[in-house]
Design a protein around this ligand. Sequence first.
Ligand SMILES: C[S@@+](CC[C@H](N)C(=O)[O-])C[C@H]1O[C@@H](n2cnc3c(N)ncnc32)[C@H](O)[C@@H]1O
Length: 510
Amino acid sequence: MGDVFCSYYTKNSNITSYMVSMISPNQDDHILEPCGGDGIFIDALLNYYPDLHIDTCDLDKTAVQAMQSKYSVLKNVSIRQTDTLTDALFDFYSGMGFYDKIIGNPPYGGWQEYDRRAELKQKYKGFYVKETYSLFLLRCVSLLKENGVLSFIIPDTFLYLHNHKQLRKFLLENTIIKEIVIFPSKFFPGVSFRYSNLCIITVQKEELGSDKNGNSISVIKGLKSDEELAKLSTGMRDDVVTKRLLQKDIFNNQDFAFFIGDENTNHSIVTSECRLADLADCVTGIYTGDNKKFLAIECGNQREVSGYPSISEDDIEYSHQSIQPIEFPRKYIPIVKGSSSTSYFRTADKWLIEWTPSAIKHYTNDKKARFQNSNYYFRSGVAVPMVKSSKIKATIMSGNVFDQSVVGVFPKDDKHLLYLLAFLNSSIANEYIHIINPTANNSANYLKKLPIYIPTESELQDIDDWVTAILESRSSNQYQQWIDSFFEGRLKNKLCKIHAWQQKVPSTAH
Ligand SMILES: C[S@@+](CC[C@H](N)C(=O)[O-])C[C@H]1O[C@@H](n2cnc3c(N)ncnc32)[C@H](O)[C@@H]1O
């Protein structure tokens, strides 16, 4: 269930037993559950040792009352109604470290009032405060004693997103990260968000020791069901693929980002000398401020899009190429928007945007509208949909406005246009994009980091020929394989594959 307290309760005993095994309670440990809910972790802990000394709290009065009645006979469980993030006693404890173990499922995904954000911003200076789960992690590490252990189940976005860079730095500097298990949110009853996976992270506080540098973090991804989590807790790990990442390598990565691919892919992401940002500008497009009012669909399009008017050709100016408005009586121009069902070129959903003097006045003056990066409108480039799919479908844009649901990739040198289109549709770019940022959005800042290869003139000619053939035949069949092999050979397994590629891939005649 989701509500104002963002409480997705942990109803899954495979998850709780794995997490309890990771903190491995001792009989005399003092343990904190920082957001108790209905006490599912407390039950699992008491199952382990009935006398464990457990403190818990929750902001929600009903949850606190329910726990008070449930544990009323137990002297070893103490319950408070408080805000874990701002509680004065916790402020005091965090100065010195207090708990041996901490376990929990902090709130996530909820809207925070502006006043609350301001309060948290003041208290947690330099950290991202819009997502409470990350502040819970920060707060609770500070509540651990030296060598104390914490295990949390939270979204995995903090591993990759720029907003969480300070949190990653904090964790890498102040803890030994023992294990991270990443799995789909559907393992968790009642929760299924599309924007990210969930993870269970277990860390040991280690402010003073120097072990962190040598620490190898075990990362487990690709579990098929939550039962496999339970197997992990019983030590049955033979069937599970565990990656090992050196903590010091992550510390040295740009923005302290975690790249959880195979060794070779990680290596090229980290060490590449050339990135997409060196060959292209990556920018986001216009937001009208009120799409239902200013966007429309071309009449005769393959499907109707509810809430948007259908516009006949007479009202559309197809060849307009400037940010100046179009002349009466025409009202609309084409705009590139959203995802595409095909790679390289778009076939359906012909979106239009009103481009009259009054509409442009609105885009430039309205508070919600964003007439951003307008110097890129109408230039030739590649559109990459902002919302990720398992296979990214990049399409050519020639002389269009584009909206904020795509990232426009514009070559610094026009000769690279088709090369960038091929690269962004290649299997390796797809793999990189999903490793650099596995969450649901492809924002410009992550695309910029993609490793890329600068082609020789003759390689550029080959790729141009293949992409031209795809665009002309409206089919990518055989050429896609060649494009994939080309970029694989150039970017991955460099030494062994270049020669293999040269033998396998025929050059087009030119
Ligand atoms: C995701 S639920 C988890 C509950 C329980 N630990 C479980 O796993 O089933 C998060 C809990 O945090 C509580 N909560 C939300 N914000 C809080 C805050 N700032 N301080 C303390 N508790 C909070 C909610 O009321 C909710 O019970």
